[in-house]
Design a binder for this molecule. Structure first.
Ligand code: SF4
Ligand code: SF4
Length: 404
């Protein structure tokens, strides 16, 4: 189902639905509201009405379709194989012109994804004035903290003294501008394992925030640009620290433009079998599954194995639900986002773990708002701490040199 071939394909897809309701079971927005119209099945019924003309575009319809998290909890649940998040993306593309409520968000998304360096510089400069004002007006759910240094002299190639292989890193906007230390940690770990790391020049936002807002043409343009760079590289894998970026490169691009980055990979898939078990650290961790990693990419085992290999004991509830971040969702659906965050935090706090570990910068941003009694770490931070420090080798010295 490709958006340029709309709406015939979408209609065909929606006609398959037998309304069994299997897709509703894990839908967070349905669990929150208990309303059929904000469930996976309900949204498909609304889209069908839109295509047949029985339902006209309206602020209420837009609200139902744009209130989906695109978390993917419904994906894979449909016995008829309907790709529900994809259908909802199609619906958003159809509704975007009539959707005045998110017009400002579209302008912001367009600007920040086209000029990310400038945008984040402006945000940083306005940190003390504009962001508190937007927060007070409830236009943003929280005031993000910006790192002091965005990124050091970013080289394009980080060589390793060994020659085990070569990988590329797709940084993604949130890692590059809000958590640059995660990218440094990843490069450090990969170099330590003997991999040469490429940070390809010219990459742009993966396009997911634009697609979320129904800006299909603009997300397609970002996809084509990234593909023209990534698919020319001779690398074992294209790694990302953000499951949304990985999902978009690997799974969404083929739906959008007919081809994707086949070797795009979450770091846990690439690193897991390359790590030896470390000594027990005598510490405990609870792991939070990012939705796009768990439902979108089907990855749950590898991060947990890596935590155990790193010497931590995994405790706490396995299921905590969505943290409610959802990118643009946490800005446009603040009340629902906060409720989901509270429920998720309550589950996480059932365990008295030393740390909370997750694999997504977005989840980190969200969980850091409420989990204040222990650190919330990205998996790569634990891996770097365990496998790169504590042994006086040249990598450690190199890292210290770059930090000074
Ligand atoms: S699981 Fe599939 S067939 Fe059943 S209601 Fe959901 S979309 Fe329709
Ligand atoms: S993507 Fe998530 S929020 Fe949207 S309909 Fe599916 S389960 Fe519900």
């Amino acid at each position: 189902m490709k958006i340029p071939e709309e709406p015939a394909n979408l209609e065909k897809e929606l006609l398959k639905c037998v309304r069994c309701g299997s897709c509703k079971v894990l839908c967070p927005t349905y669990q929150h509201s208990a309303l059929e119209v904000t469930s996976a099945r309900g949204r498909l019924v609304l889209l069908r009405g839109l295509l047949t003309g029985d339902i006209k575009p309206s602020p209420l319809l837009n609200e139902r379709i744009f209130s989906c998290l695109l978390c993917g909890a419904c994906a894979g649940k449909c016995p008829l194989g309907i790709d529900i998040p994809e259908a909802i993306c199609h619906g958003r593309a159809l509704l975007s012109k009539s959707d005045k409520e998110r017009k400002q968000l579209r302008t912001i998304a367009r600007f920040t994804t086209r000029w990310p360096d400038l945008s984040f510089k402006m945000l940083r400069m306005s940190q003390q004035v504009v962001l508190p004002f937007l927060y007070k007006k409830e236009l943003i759910p929280f005031i993000p903290e910006f790192p002091e240094i965005v990124h050091r002299s970013r080289r394009q190639v980080y060589k390793s003294s060994q020659k085990r292989g070569r990988v590329a890193v797709f940084s993604g906007c949130s890692v590059e501008h809000l958590f640059p230390h995660l990218e440094e940690a990843l490069i450090h770990v990969l170099n330590k394992l003997g991999y040469e790391v490429i940070l390809p020049k010219g990459l742009v936002c993966c396009g997911a925030p634009l697609r979320t807002l129904g800006m299909e043409d603009e997300s397609v343009a970002r996809a084509r640009k990234n593909l023209s760079i990534l698919n020319k590289l001779t690398v074992e894998a294209v790694l990302s620290l953000c499951p949304t970026c990985t999902l978009t490169l690997k799974t969404d691009y083929p739906k959008m433009v007919g081809k994707g980055v086949e070797n795009a990979m979450d770091i846990s898939v690439f690193l897991n079998d390359k790590l030896e078990p470390a000594r027990a650290a005598g510490k405990t961790a609870v792991y939070h599954d990012p939705c796009h990693l768990k439902y979108g990419l089907g990855i749950e085992r590898e991060p947990r194995e890596m935590i155990t290999k790193a010497g931590l004991e995994l405790i706490g509830p396995r299921e905590q639900g969505c943290c409610g971040f959802g990118g643009v969702f946490c800005m446009s659906q603040q009340e629902m986002s906060n409720t989901l965050l509270t429920a998720c935090t309550t589950h996480l706090k059932q365990s008295e773990s030393d740390t909370v570990i997750t694999s997504c910068p977005g989840c980190m941003l969200q969980l850091n708002r409420t989990v204040t009694d222990r650190p919330v770490l990205h998996l790569i931070e634990l891996i770097e701490e365990t496998y790169c420090f504590g042994t006086a080798d040249e990598d450690v010295q190199e890292k210290e040199k770059t930090q000074s």
